[in-house]
Design a protein around this ligand. Sequence first.
Ligand SMILES: [Zn+2]
Length: 180
Amino acid sequence: MNQEDRYLRDLLTGKEPEKKIFVSMNEEKKKPKGNVESDLTKIMQEVRMPWFCPKCNKVMKSRLDDKMWKLFDHCFDCQQQLEHKLRVTGKYEIWEKKKFYKNRKAAIIEQKESINNWLQQGDMEIVEPVNVDTGYVHVEKHVVPDGMKDEAKDALKELDSTLLEVETILKELNAELDGE
Ligand SMILES: [Zn+2]
């Protein structure tokens, strides 16, 4: 099994694919390293904790604030208040379910994106950095077999219908939580 087959198989089975940089053959001039870096900067900006909690405007500074920010986009106090309220109203379980399905939804969207990218790239080169200092890379050329493309398209269809199911469940849970 060659590398892009393994990559797709991992995607289809929901496994974390091996980290590889894919470069399309007609985009040889592009520097993949630069793209990876700017993507990372963008992600880091989204992940990094802001100074103030967007919900209560309190200054966020503790480790707990940081943890809660990453998980729930608000500070530790806000999370405690929310959990207390949910327990009092007996909605904690529903809220936890919602958290689970939200994660599931994000994962499905990510898998879809990966498969779409993979399909769009078609025949490609896989560039593996060999020596970071000299910039020497190992390049492998691959032609995607049609069977794999069909399999990917089927997987996309399945992911779409799963996504619909998850969205329906989320809507129901949201209705039960009154948009909490
Ligand atoms: Zn807060």
